[in-house]
Design a protein around this ligand. Structure first.
Ligand code: AMP
Length: 151
């Protein structure tokens, strides 16, 4: 079996670069915004996936949208953090990949977002693909090709 290192970019699929669901920080639809903000601040991530109780992917939520929601005229209305739920403010119109999508599909998807969610045909969450993982492969490919032409 060939390792990722030996693969051409054209042979790499989303599955090869996936951060699998069990390693991905996420929040649930019905969590209060306070919990989502805690997850985001503690993990250091700007956004994380939102899952429903059956672990289907339903959206993403980030720090900026939460802070905008609680921004009043003169102060942050922190009390809203416990009364509002993730499903009220999350993004639902999100790009999504599947494990067997190609490297090119993945490259196009991460142009506009630092990460893209991956789910199966029934909508169950498989994990995420980051722009970092894609850029690492592109960099490796350029480096390898340069070494070959210098030989
Ligand atoms: P990175 O490529 O590590 O800079 O990650 C880019 C973005 O992908 C982060 O800001 C998060 O929104 C998301 N992300 C990366 N890794 C994880 C993870 N393990 N759990 C949740 N979100 C992640």
């Amino acid at each position: 079996m060939s390792t990722l290192k030996d693969k051409q970019l054209t042979d790499i699929t989303v599955e090869d670069l996936l951060i699998s669901s069990e390693k991905v920080a996420h929040v649930q639809l019905n969590n209060p915004l306070e919990h989502a903000l805690l997850v985001l601040v503690k993990s250091g991530y700007s956004a994380v996936p939102v899952l429903d109780p059956s672990y289907k992917l339903v959206g993403t939520i980030g720090k900026t949208v939460i802070l905008n929601q609680i921004l009043g005229l003169e102060r942050f209305e922190f009390e809203k953090l416990s009364s509002m739920r993730v499903e009220e403010v999350m993004y639902t119109d999100i790009p999504c990949l599947s494990k067997n999508d190609t490297f090119l599909d993945a490259l196009k998807a991460v142009i506009d977002s630092p990460f893209v969610c991956v789910s199966d045909a029934e909508g169950y969450f498989d994990g995420i693909l980051t722009r970092r993982a894609i850029l690492k492969q592109v960099s490796r490919d350029i480096y390898t090709k340069r070494q070959l032409t210098e030989k």
